[in-house]
Design a protein around this ligand. Structure first.
Ligand code: SF4
Ligand code: SF4
Length: 314
């Protein structure tokens, strides 16, 4: 990717986005073949987050200990004495690090990596529209995800507007925790909203994500009432958090009144676990909250018995 610039984030500059990944040939983020642009920054802190590098709204260093040879070059480079070796492997003291990124360039073994780049809207759009033939043939398009894309609302609106003006279909993958003033201008250029719903109970929602769900439920109601965009609701199923059958029955009954196009159950996976270590953080859960395929199907049946259609996976 080009246009790298690690200065302070121009959050209100609609022509720049802080991106941590652009994924082509995605089939999990809406219909057809898509390109998903992942923006950095999220107001939630879900215990099961598989992309912890998506959460903070600034570039960060990922230190991959398995690649570190303990040569000490980064220690000599750092002007802030933020690096040491622990058991022969690089350790960054995050409270001292000034994120100058000098050590990343200095490491001869590629053990240090920046996650998060400020890219111009046009650079992101150029990358995103490369597979437009695939989108046309498969009914796909562009998905803006995160992190939470509405944590960069001006950029999100400008980017999706650019996609729409080029005739591309657009989707917004959101946790819904954003002010309506930020959400509405983005919806104007969004064909489909992928709305993540973690829990209906405000206290349990807060336990798992660190925020209450009042704004999330209010925004969902406003989106479906406005009819601006189609809506798919996606429920990440987490063992011991939102997978109890009585809760899922209640959820299904509540869903019956939501005029949405699709409801999906997403299974948890642990692929993101090593990334917590790369970021110098501990993994928030010490169990494996994923659910077996068999149980997932039985929970799907529990919900469908309440009169709604539920799919497994995106
Ligand atoms: S980013 Fe800069 S301040 Fe932080 S550890 Fe590396 S060289 Fe030191
Ligand atoms: S420069 Fe790279 S390989 Fe050498 S100690 Fe630092 S992180 Fe490890």
């Amino acid at each position: 990717m080009s246009d790298l610039n690690n200065s302070n984030h121009p959050t209100s500059d609609p022509s720049m986005g802080l991106v941590f990944s652009i994924q082509r040939y995605s089939i999990q983020d809406g219909p057809g073949i898509r390109t998903t642009v992942f923006l950095k920054g999220c107001p939630l802190r879900c215990d099961w987050c598989s992309n912890p590098e998506s959460q903070n709204p600034f570039p960060e260093i990922m230190a991959r200990g398995m690649k570190c040879q303990g040569c000490g070059t980064c220690i000599e480079t750092c002007q802030n004495e933020a690096i040491s070796l622990r058991e022969g492997v690089v350790h960054i003291e995050r409270s001292t690090c000034r994120l100058c990124m000098d050590c990343v360039a200095a490491c001869p073994n590629g053990a240090l990596e920046i996650t998060g780049q400020f890219l111009s809207l046009e650079a992101i759009f150029e990358e995103a529209q490369r597979d437009r033939l695939f989108y046309q043939n498969s009914g796909g398009g562009i998905t803006l995800s995160g992190g939470e894309p509405l944590s960069q609302p001006e950029f999100a609106a400008s980017f999706l507007k650019r996609c729409k003006s080029a005739g591309l279909s657009t989707a917004l993958d959101t946790c819904g925790h954003a002010s309506w003033d930020h959400m509405e201008p983005v919806l104007k250029y969004t064909d489909l909203v992928l709305y993540d719903l973690k829990h209906l109970d405000p206290d349990i929602h807060q336990q798992g994500t660190r925020v209450k769900n009042d704004l999330i439920l209010e925004n969902l109601a406003r989106i479906v009432a406005s009819g601006i965009s189609r809506v798919w609701i996606r429920i990440p199923l987490i063992q011991g958090y939102n997978d109890a059958e009585p809760y899922l029955k209640n959820l299904a009954r509540w869903m019956r009144d939501q005029p949405v196009e699709k409801i999906s159950l997403l299974n948890y996976h642990e692929w993101g676990k090593p990334k917590y270590g790369f970021l110098g953080r501990s993994y928030p859960r010490n169990d494996n909250p994923s659910i077996s395929e068999e149980r997932l199907k039985s929970l799907q049946a529990v919900m469908e018995a309440e009169g709604i259609r539920v799919t497994i996976g995106h």
